[in-house]
Design a binder for this molecule. Sequence first.
Ligand SMILES: Cc1ncc(COP(=O)(O)O)c(C=O)c1O
Length: 435
Amino acid sequence: METMSARAFTPAEVADLRAAFPYFAAQDQREGAPAYLDSAATSQRPAVVLDAERQFLETANAAVHRGTSGAVGAATEAFEGARAAVAAFVGAEAPEQIVWAENATDALNIVALGIGEANAGLGVAGSERFALGAGDEILVTEAEHHANLIPWQRLAAKTGASFRFIPVREDGTWTLDDARAALNARTRIFAFAHVSNATGFVAPVAELVELARAVGAITVLDACQSVPHMPVDFAALGVDFAAFSGHKMLGPNGIGVLYGRPEMLDALPPARTGGSAITRVTMESAQFMPAPLRFEPGTQPVSQVVGLGAAVAFLTQADMARTAAREHELVERLVAGIAENPGLRLLGPADPARRVALTAVSVEGIHAHDVGQFLDEQGVLVRVGHHCAQPLHRALGITSSTRASVHLTTTADEVDRFLDALRGAQRYFGAEVSA
Ligand SMILES: Cc1ncc(COP(=O)(O)O)c(C=O)c1O
């Protein structure tokens, strides 16, 4: 990755970054504070994000895009300003390419359900491009988070399209050649994760988009685990749609993002409808506003949007290339430590250059929930279970794993505590394996 040429944060810079987060600042004051290694599930928030939300609520709260008061105008300006900031952060060419959703799950559903509406005869001008039926194929990979799997299963069932997937290899990864073999003239939608939340594997997005485009397939990128950790430019990648969550990128809960190329958003009908979002309503029918407002019916989560704008400003100032370089060092440390322990099976690529921000392991002879409980007692906070990727775990012959994930605030000491605690769990449960 080109970002690896950037200079990683020094330990002093990481200490400064941690001091900007009330959660870490409080912990760093006391002995034996837990190591937070669960940012892939949800990240902690810097004070500027909490302050932005609070300040908006205390001084400027109003319903946006409704009414004519100056207060509504100011709130709408903050709301739309955050949209422009998020658009710039992910390389969108215009703020209108950013649709607010509840989270990434919701954003992916906006696309899948919208295509379902188009196929149910409830389209808007240009929706024919989403026509799906028997003989068409929806393609995903076996490594997907359930959020980028179940909506497509259901769309296939509704429309009669075939549901297909690229199987993972022994290490949980898949290749460009695997995609080339699976894509064909019948493929209409290709949905895949930029970075897997279970293996950390980084997909070669630009090349995949090129392959998909060559057969006329629409691409949907689950960017939940990439946008918080590396520079991402959706326009350069060429994807048609992309989804990510605010709460994994130092922002608030309850706010997610759908990115779309203008011609895609223009042709996608809204699946959820109601107040706002319309131009004309009669007792028989409704006409809708252009994107993105067409997809934002009802009262919006304005303070969360403002908070996400502040998160993006914080990440931009920290520098995403330097963040990626820093997290790469941490992942190298994790992978090296895991490789030294013969009782651990690493999910995903052994080469740290092919993964981002996380490592999941299966510990020989110990159930992940026992590992999780032991680690918790040692003050190491990780995620155990199937990480909403049951098919992937099944393909690897396991039911669950233990995942440590990092962010720009993670220290080398926290990584070492995770590796030590795994050894401790192996000793405690009598599951040590010698080389
Ligand atoms: C790769 C990936 N996709 C989708 C999601 C769903 O995100 P959310 O629960 O914020 O909708 C997650 C969250 O864990 C994820 O890691």
